[in-house]
Design a protein. Sequence first.
Length: 414
Amino acid sequence: MRLHGKKVTEEDIIREITWLLRGDNGRDSLSVSDIAKMLGCSRPTIYNYIKKAVEQYHALEYKDGRVLLPEKSELERFRQFDKNHEIVNDPLVEEWKQDLLTRRNGEPISTWKTRILSVESVCNTCRINPRDLVISQRQTEKILKNYAEMYREGKAVKRPSGAKKISDDIRNIIYQKVQGVRDFCGFHGLVWKRGVGGIMSQKVPNHAKYADKRLTDEELEQADMFIKEKWGLDSDVYRWFWIGIETCARFSALYAMNLDYTIHVSQKSGKMTYIMTAHEKKTRHIKNGKWFKYITRPDTQRSIDLLKSRGGKRIYESGQFRSCFTAKISESMKEIYTFLGKTEYFDSHPTHALRHIGAHYWLAKKDYNYGLVAMIGGWNTIDELRRSYGEMPPEKVLEMIEDDSKSVQIQLLH
């Protein structure tokens, strides 16, 4: 016999059904029909176990042919999850957490905490317990639709330590919450087909929407001069901006990046390149997330060496806490974008925009060799680079159209 996909005894099943009928531990009691759906069996089977619970285990009581259930007040039905009532103490969440922490060959997935907090937010907002999410697909979808409505109305419940402002990008918020709920449900045997639409969709929001975000060579020159005049070449802002572009690294990888490098001198041109490394948590399942990065600009190299000569270990000198540093560097990046007349995406993603700028920077330098730039910038697939970061600009397309020798390359890109 199995319960939530795991082998159990008859006593375990009777205990589970009793728990569901009574609504123990602050949970609403379920009907026989709901329990049957949740456990994937027939109503007669549930009634058979109820009979055994009454006659053999004395776990329930009958009166006039009906099971006696205690009445509960509103306060008893639901208790909000918080630091004093941790959601991970719920048996179903506890098992799921253990799986999240060991899923990658004994190692945790990087978003394990976010997924648990997503389920917690849904439960607290909709005033339900985790078990309510695994009764049926229809009920789970209804819960998430209610959550979306309450979030839009500013009624979502979150941890006090979370962001104070309700995000306007509801698609990303719901995507994140659905990801957590689907993972939780899937672990307990309730799954949705891949590619499903509606509230349960896991199509990445805004995917491939910003592949055209770039800075032209002229704008890069203007930015370089602006940074030198305002902060100087030997500044955190200069290193963050240009190392961010030349490495195409994500924020966490940039923040953890050290100043160590090896030097390669080209036998053809004599040009010097600093070979550095960055560790990307998002791709740590590929080569442990380690990517080689290539710093070719002399001014970027000089800025690195100036800090290194003072004993610097990271690519920034600031000794602020990460949250303070993030706020300060983000404001500096926004100031640069404002100077260039770039808003919207650049302002809302001040550091990640450097990854987009870097993609176009390298593609332009390497004649849109997507395979090479994917390796330089740390994209696992050429398609992801092309679709989400490096859309070929119209002037380059026209150049290739007019040059018959490059027509084959255009065909390959599509």
